[in-house]
Design a protein. Structure first.
Length: 280
């Protein structure tokens, strides 16, 4: 499933209210079906990859993960436990994902092309060094532009269809705000700004962040899908543009980012026992 891992969170509540209306009108899938859906779409691996973003937490506080030594690895293993995050996702999707939407997305990802895409996306999700994808993807894009290939436009269409850019932008802002507020509440930092001022400061950086996210997503797509033909990428983009798939992606992005924000808040609470307070 095409998701942006570096997105640090669109509030899930608003989305789930909308999906809740759908649930009231259509019977939701059984838990085993949701479990199978996570596997066939690769969303289970996307959830697991959330732990790879954990090192961003101390960086937001002006520190490095290495500053905590072996304690940091233990904290990450406990807070970003795969089974815990998996169960959180199942709990939300049980209530918010309707049978027709599940079937639509699962049918595509169960196809030959869909399964090959999932293998490539799962492998890409679990690459710990984002620099590899960025550098390799940048080189691929440079080469494609050099020969006037239409593939760059196809990859841009793919990213636009998934709604990843806007979702990632809101997610980064919300995860950071929730983490910093939680850290301040836990006494880890002394926050000099209240939430509205903090939100406004982040809003002032939106355009720069948006540009960076767009480029990062393009580089990631170029790297992840390099083994696929232009025809296959066009077919994938068309599949993501279907209204049902757009609903599925909006929900899955919201679920992923809600879990990420929740886990970052848990990290903030735990940091109090590991690091003296400092000003921010």
């Amino acid at each position: 499933m095409l998701l942006i891992r570096q997105a640090l969170m669109i509030p899930v509540a608003a989305l789930l209210v909308g999906f809740g209306a759908c649930v009231a009108q259509a019977e939701g899938p059984a838990r085993p079906e949701v479990e199978a859906f996570l596997e066939v779409t690769g969303f289970d691996v996307a959830l697991e990859s959330i732990r790879l973003s954990a090192d961003a937490a101390p960086q937001m506080l002006g520190m490095q993960a290495e500053d905590f030594g072996s304690e940091w690895k233990r904290l990450v293993a406990e807070v970003f436990d795969t089974t815990l995050m998996h169960d959180m996702a199942i709990g939300i999707l049980d209530k918010a994902l309707t049978e027709p939407l599940l079937t639509h997305a699962a049918d595509f990802y169960a196809s030959d092309l869909g399964q090959r895409l999932v293998v490539a996306e799962n492998s890409s999700h679990m690459i710990e060094e984002d620099g590899l994808k960025s550098e390799s993807g940048s080189q691929i894009i440079e080469g494609l532009n050099g020969i006037g290939s239409p593939r760059v436009a196809i990859l841009s269409r793919l990213n636009n269809a998934s709604g990843s850019e806007e979702s990632a932008l809101r997610s980064i802002q919300e995860v950071q705000i929730r983490f910093l507020m939680a850290a301040a509440g836990a006494g880890v930092i002394e926050l000099q700004m209240d939430k509205p001022v903090l939100r406004e400061a982040m809003r002032a950086q939106e355009e720069e962040l948006r540009t960076g996210l767009r480029q990062s997503a393009l580089e990631g797509a170029a790297y992840t899908y390099q083994a696929f033909s232009d025809t296959e990428m066009t077919e994938y983009a068309a599949a993501l543009e279907h209204p049902d798939m757009k609903q599925v992606y909006a929900l899955m992005n919201a679920v992923q980012y809600e879990i990420m924000a929740d886990r970052f808040e848990a990290v903030a609470a735990r940091l109090r026992m590991m690091q003296p307070s400092q000003d921010l």
